[in-house]
Design a protein around this ligand. Sequence first.
Ligand SMILES: [Zn+2]
Length: 274
Amino acid sequence: MIHSVDRPNIAIVVQKVESKFEKQTQLLKLAGSLKGPGIIYFSSKRLAERYAYEIAEHHGLRTAFYHGDMSGEDRVTIQQQFIQNQLHLICATSAFGMGVDKGDVRFIIHFHMPGDLEAYLQEIGRAGRDGAPSIAILLYADGDEAIQLQLQDRDLPEEELVYLSSALTEQLPITERRFLEFYRELGLTPERIKEKIQFRKRWKRENLFTLLNFIKGITCRRRFVHNYFEEVAKDDIVSKCCDICGVNLSDFEGENEAIEVQQGWQEYLDYLLR
Ligand SMILES: [Zn+2]
């Protein structure tokens, strides 16, 4: 069983926006007003790059992007710069965060919803490890789940592919190939593998809809999480709990400290944000 790891110092906020345009405007506003360091999560590599650039331009913040298509060397550099307080914020895909040990991350923004509640909690749990007040804001526009549904389907092979020969299977994208090869090695028939695909799809979809219920919910968000994980809520009163209980965003706003430019770093950033 996965524990939700309730972190009372992280305020949980969902902001509903009416359109994509409003979401962009809201993101730029938050990035400029919240006190960093912060991480902004996107489900698209392209958007992570684009907003890293736009936020740097708009607010003069030291910003970088991070995703799985970058070289290992670039990724380590960005990660280190972030840990050593040489960046105000990171625009990243879910590839960012594992093994990033930084205590003073003050905010997490989700530009896109993750695939399930566990992933969401894991990502917001990267804020406030030092115990100081921090905030997680998820921006949601009606229909956002469609992006996740697409991503989920992309990771699983089409049902008809269970009949593919081994030679042709090798040409499939890695996640689909691994899925088929795993069950073939276990000796499952194509029909049984088909059932596995259907099961996985249903399972992923149910998890996505749990997160959607959380987002659209009208009860305390912390209570929702406790109920989901069948945990008993601690009696401590959480003063900055969630948007349903009432959170003052201004408590998390503030000027970001200037970051001294290191030799060669600006050139490197220019190169990344080219
Ligand atoms: Zn609450």
